[in-house]
Design a protein around this ligand. Structure first.
Ligand code: ZN
Length: 203
C-alpha cells in the first residue's frame, strides 16, 4: 500500500509558504511505514524542531488502474477520509533549498494520520466538502475541496499516468492554509463538516 500525496493544491497555502503556483500537481509518496497506527500518539521525531500539521482530504482507491481518464475516475473510489500529512518543515526547507527530494521531511514513521472513512454516497458533492482541524479545541485549519487547484478526479487522472493505483492506496489531496507547528501534549481533532474523523495527541 502506498500513500500518494499532492502538494500545493490550495492557493492560500501556496501563499503562506511563499511557494510558486505549480503548472502541474506536485507529487510525493509516503511508504506504508509512515502510517500512524490507530490509537497511537504522534511522536515528534528528534530530527526536527518544527513539525507542522497539514490536514487533508483522503481518497481510498478500491480498484487497480493505470492511465485513468478523469471521466471514469469516480469508479476507482467509494470512500473519502481525512488525515494529516505531518511535515518536518525545517528539514523540508533545507531540502527544498538544495533541490533535494522531500522524503525525510514527509515520509518518516508516523507522518501520515489516516482517520475514519465516509462512503462517497453519503457526501452530496465531493467537490464541495468542508473540513477543518482543531488544535486544543481551536480551529486552526479550514478548507473546502471546491478550492482545490486540481479536483479529486483530475488528481486520479494525473497520478495514474505515473503510478499504477492499487486497492488500498490512499491519496492525500493537499492542505489548505493554516499549517502550523505542533508541540508535545497538543490534541488534534479533524472534522468533515461536523463529523469527527480523527483525534490524536502529540508526544
Ligand atoms: Zn500535504
Amino acid at each position: 500500500m502506498k500513500l500518494i500525496c499532492i502538494g500545493r493544491n490550495y492557493t492560500e497555502h501556496i501563499k503562506e509558504l511563499e511557494n510558486e503556483k505549480p503548472t502541474e500537481p506536485v507529487i510525493f509518496i509516503k511508504p506504508d511505514t509512515a502510517v500512524l497506527l490507530k490509537k497511537q500518539p504522534f511522536f515528534i521525531p528528534d530530527f526536527s524542531d518544527d513539525v507542522h500539521h497539514e490536514v487533508e482530504i483522503l481518497v481510498k482507491i478500491n480498484k487497480v488502474g493505470k492511465y485513468i481518464d478523469k471521466k471514469f475516475a469516480h469508479k476507482y473510489y467509494e470512500e473519502i477520509g481525512l488525515g494529516i500529512d505531518f511535515t518536518a518543515r525545517d528539514l523540508q526547507s533545507k531540502l527544498k533549498e538544495k533541490g533535494l527530494p522531500w522524503e525525510k521531511a514527509k515520509s518518516f514513521d508516523g507522518a501520515a494520520v489516516i482517520g475514519n472513512w465516509l462512503p462517497v454516497n453519503e457526501i452530496d458533492d465531493i467537490n464541495n466538502i468542508e473540513f477543518s482541524l482543531k488544535k486544543n479545541d481551536n480551529i486552526v485549519q479550514k478548507g473546502n475541496t471546491s478550492h482545490m487547484l486540481w479536483k479529486i478526479d483530475e488528481i486520479i487522472e494525473y497520478v495514474s499516468k505515473y503510478f499504477t493505483l492499487k486497492i488500498g492506496d490512499i491519496i492525500f489531496t493537499g492542505t489548505p492554509s493554516g499549517v502550523g507547528k505542533v508541540i508535545a501534549n497538543d490534541k488534534l481533532n479533524g472534522f468533515i463538516g461536523t463529523k469527527e474523523m480523527f483525534s490524536i495527541t502529540v508526544k
